[in-house]
Design a protein around this ligand. Structure first.
Ligand code: ARG
Length: 583
């Protein structure tokens, strides 16, 4: 990765120039945003000149005098107030191209410090509708898991499904009084949600129903065999169907340790927290309060109310003895640390749960957890009208419906531009484009902003979309099809045209872009990079004729096509998007 090499060389140049670097100072090198001055840029001389009270340009010159980069750079310049600009040599780019072609990791080096990372994502609730939040979580979490694994971390994915909770009072009551077995067989998730909604509505209209539901819930919690069997069946049916959905989306989990898995651990956990003084009993409930160790504005157990800080405790046991979502999450952290030796735990969950996680992380730390815990939050998906995304009937949209509709629309489009493909091929292409489009629409967004869901936009062949990227990939493949397998890529390469150089440079930067995703858990950085690759490739394709060129030039151009193909395919796979050879 050029950025890392340049960083190392800069560091060495500082030392060679006898400049003592302040503790912890690492010269920063970035991919140049304006390529007129070079390919990479560093402001290290400017930053350091302030600290050392020296002239930045003079300091930059001192570094350049010592810098040993002739093996990769053809030019280094000092520009503006003291920027160092690096222009890579064609030889270095050619060398990278051959790595991209040969290496299984397409030239992306592993991290220097591999960690054990648990990623908690998707986590829908049984017998409750899966909503858009679960869609975002599923795609972002899956992509982060893929990237983290690709760059060498040990990743454990865990689907913390909501398989325990008060909804089961209603579900069990509904199961006994109005469940339609035939419908349950056909689509268990839908039937359970239907029953849940009907009973939920009934409890609002009739107190007596609410009481009956509560009775069923208490029986379940006390281990009544009939209710336990119903609960188990609900969980089994739902997981079975969910696995099919995940299978169709190519999303995999190493574990499905739902909330119920931790039931036995909750009472001892609360007892332990009481004993250690981390939690206390207040008005009959057990809760964690502020310990005054951080400033009020950073304290998750305090809330500001009219210029005053008031207690905002995290309740871990209710007055009726019941445990809560936070209690389960604390037990889950214990398990992940003890059993899986997690260095880090990532929670890909919507922004509304921010306070929950701040409290849980703080409470876990007080219990001695040293693992790094991160809430990877995201905003909402809005409908075309800018309001919460709903279906025509006003329901929140589920994952299944969205994917099915995307595939259907992609199928219709494939039918329209009939290119002599078989029905089976069209089905397969529609599946890839449909689910790829929904995933890409999600992953190309900054996760924290709300985005508008638009079928037309996400399925369009123009713009920053999956079809546009897939089409660029298909173009690279069609060149090789035209050659009918007779290509042999030889090592004699020569970059002559600016469009070739621009493409080779873009492809070489796959490494930096893949690594940067995990800096702040943003798959959109990778998506946008791939979009630039596709654009640069189209530019190259317009400017440079591949098939009608000859000799070294032709070989170089074919190599660029093959490298583009590999970067796009691998990059898209890190977003969980499959490629197709034709479309
Ligand atoms: N089931 C929860 C929900 O739908 C998400 C769970 C997220 N993970 C966790 N460990 N709390 O809101």
């Amino acid at each position: 990765m050029f950025r890392a090499v340049l960083t190392d060389r800069l560091q060495a140049a500082f030392t060679a120039a006898g400049i003592a670097l302040p503790e912890g100072f690492v010269p920063s090198v970035v991919i140049a945003s304006d390529t007129r001055y070079g390919d990479y840029q560093s402001n290290a001389a400017m930053v350091l000149s302030k600290q050392l009270k020296q002239n930045p340009r003079a300091l930059a010159q001192q570094i350049v005098d010592q810098l040993q980069v002739t093996d990769i750079c053809e030019k280094i310049s000092i520009d503006g107030p003291g920027f160092l600009n690096f222009t890579l040599s064609p030889a270095a780019l050619i060398q990278r191209l051959s790595v991209i072609l040969k290496d299984d990791h397409v030239g992306v080096p592993p991290v220097t410090k591999a960690k054990r990372i648990v990623i908690d994502f998707s986590a829908p609730n049984i017998a409750k509708p899966m909503h858009v939040g679960h869609i975002r979580s599923t795609f972002i979490g899956d992509s982060l898991a893929r990237v983290a694994r690709f760059i060498g971390h040990t990743v454990i994915t865990d689907n913390h499904v909501g398989d325990w909770g008060t909804q089961f009072g209603m579900i069990i009551y509904g199961w006994k009084t109005q469940l339609d077995q035939a419908k349950l067989k056909l689509d268990p998730i839908l039937e359970l949600v239907t029953v849940y909604k009907a009973i939920n509505a009934a409890t609002k209209a009739d107190e007596a129903v609410l009481t009956l539901c509560k009775t069923e819930l208490v029986k379940l919690q006390q281990g009544d065999p009939e209710n336990l069997a119903i609960w188990k069946e609900c969980v089994r049916l739902t997981l079975e169907q969910l696995e099919k959905v995940y299978g169709a989306l190519d999303v995999k989990f190493d574990h499905y340790l739902g909330e119920s898995f931790y039931n036995e651990a909750l009472a001892p956990l609360v007892a332990d927290m009481l004993e250690k003084g981390i939690a206390k009993v207040s008005e009959g409930a057990t809760a964690v309060f502020s310990d005054g160790s951080v400033k009020p504005e950073n304290d998750p157990f305090l809330i500001s109310d009219k210029d005053e800080w008031k207690a905002a405790p995290c309740i871990i046991r209710k007055t009726d003895g019941g445990f809560l979502y936070a209690t389960t999450d604390l037990a889950t952290i214990d398990y992940r640390v003890k059993e899986w030796k997690a260095d880090e735990i990532w929670y890909v969950v919507g922004a509304p749960q921010q306070l929950h996680f701040r409290q849980v992380f703080a409470a876990a730390k007080r219990r001695g957890a040293t693992t790094e815990m991160t809430h990877i939050a995201f905003g909402s998906i809005l409908g075309p009208d800018g309001k919460m995304f709903k279906t025509r009937s006003g329901e929140t949209v589920g994952l299944l419906e969205v994917i099915d509709e995307a595939i259907e629309r992609a199928r219709a489009a494939a039918e329209e531009k009939d290119q002599g493909l078989s029905d089976a091929d069209k089905d397969e292409i529609a599946r890839i484009i449909g689910s790829g489009s929904v995933k890409y629409a999600e992953l190309s967004q900054n996760r924290l902003t709300d985005y508008k869901f638009s079928w037309d936009k996400m399925l369009s062949l123009q713009g920053n979309t999956a079809p546009y990227l897939l089409n660029a990939y298909v173009r690279t493949r069609s060149i090789f099809r035209k050659l009918e397998g007779t290509v042999e890529l030889t090592p004699d390469l020569e970059i002559t045209e600016p469009a070739e150089r621009a493409l080779a440079m873009k492809l070489a930067q796959f490494a930096e872009n893949a690594h940067d995703v995990l800096e702040d858990h943003r798959p959109n950085l990778l998506a946008n990079y791939l979009y630039e690759v596709a654009n640069t490739y189209h530019g190259f394709y317009e400017a440079c004729n591949v098939l009608r060129s000859e000799g070294t030039i032709r070989n170089t151009r074919l190599t660029l096509c093959e490298a583009t193909s590999r970067v796009l395919k691998t990059g898209l796979s890190l977003l969980g998007i499959q490629t197709t050879e034709r479309m």
